[in-house]
Write a protein that binds this ligand. Sequence first.
Ligand SMILES: NC(=O)C1=CN([C@@H]2O[C@H](COP(=O)(O)OP(=O)(O)OC[C@H]3O[C@@H](n4cnc5c(N)ncnc54)[C@H](OP(=O)(O)O)[C@@H]3O)[C@@H](O)[C@H]2O)C=CC1
Ligand SMILES: O=CC(=O)O
Length: 293
Amino acid sequence: MEVGFLGLGIMGKAMSLNLLRHGFKVTVWNRTVSRCDVLVEHGASVAETPAAVIKKCKYTIAMLSDPSAALSVVFDKDGVLEEICSGKGYIDMSTVDSDTSSKISEAITGKGGYFLEAPVSGSKKPAEDGQLVILAAGEKALYDEVIPAFDVLGKKSFFLGKVGNGAKMKLVVNMIMGSMMNAFSEGLVLAERSGLSQQTLLDIVDLGGIANPMFKQKGPAMIQSKFPPAFPLKHQQKDMRLALALGDENAVSMPVAAAANEAFKKARSLGLGDNDFSAVYEAVKIPDCSADA
Ligand SMILES: NC(=O)C1=CN([C@@H]2O[C@H](COP(=O)(O)OP(=O)(O)OC[C@H]3O[C@@H](n4cnc5c(N)ncnc54)[C@H](OP(=O)(O)O)[C@@H]3O)[C@@H](O)[C@H]2O)C=CC1
Ligand SMILES: O=CC(=O)O
């Protein structure tokens, strides 16, 4: 199977390498061209524009940072829309909101193409290991056709129905994840300020009902103030923002998520946006000045 791949950041690089490793022919494009080099070393071809990728490939996957990047790659000059046509499929795996996904879907299908949104749960390591969870929605026929690629990229794929459902499900999952990371960070700070061993806290949490892979993997690095980026904090804050907007639309009160979003915003303002999202711990450590007012 020949696939195009747009966006070679942390996730796109790992995912496209995985496809190459499993015998797919892959043509890549990335805004910063130098990021294509490592893919070429592993056998990928490079195209000069998103339009050129679409022209060459029957199926093209995108893995881009946010709604503005996802829209730009489709609608701007030399973008996807210039070459998409009947018989071609576009699969956007970026985490965006349902409105962005619907706009892209309407434009693609308006030109006769097929569209699938397929955001993923799982981070850098699951992407490297082909262990993502794929949350697809849109054109079922396209979903069925690209299952061989999804089987390489992920450990499980869900088809969730109409366009928007995949985007919404992903935002709900990441809203829970961001809130958990904040509660975890507060617990680590509280333990330290109370004179307790943070390592002992990690050991205790790991043995009980609230044990989970995220705390287990990230906790030891967090207590050493190390945050090597797997899931960049700026993207987690984007997901909190989009999830809160989904809450607004549906009149769902989410005070826990709103507080977590504030902590991620504070972390971004401290210049931590390119660190792993666990770096919110650094923002939680700083005393809240407003509490003294
Ligand atoms: N990292 C993770 O653990 C996970 C991330 N996600 C989601 O996957 C998506 C990608 O994440 P990740 O790989 O970590 O992000 P990165 O920040 O590592 O990569 C972002 C990619 O988007 C490209 N990009 C950004 N802006 C534009 C633009 N205006 N036009 C064209 N390309 C652009 C970047 O290009 P350039 O190289 O030129 O900057 C890069 O290829 C995000 O939506 C994220 O929320 C989902 C699950 C897990
Ligand atoms: O979106 C991030 C993830 O880890 O999933």
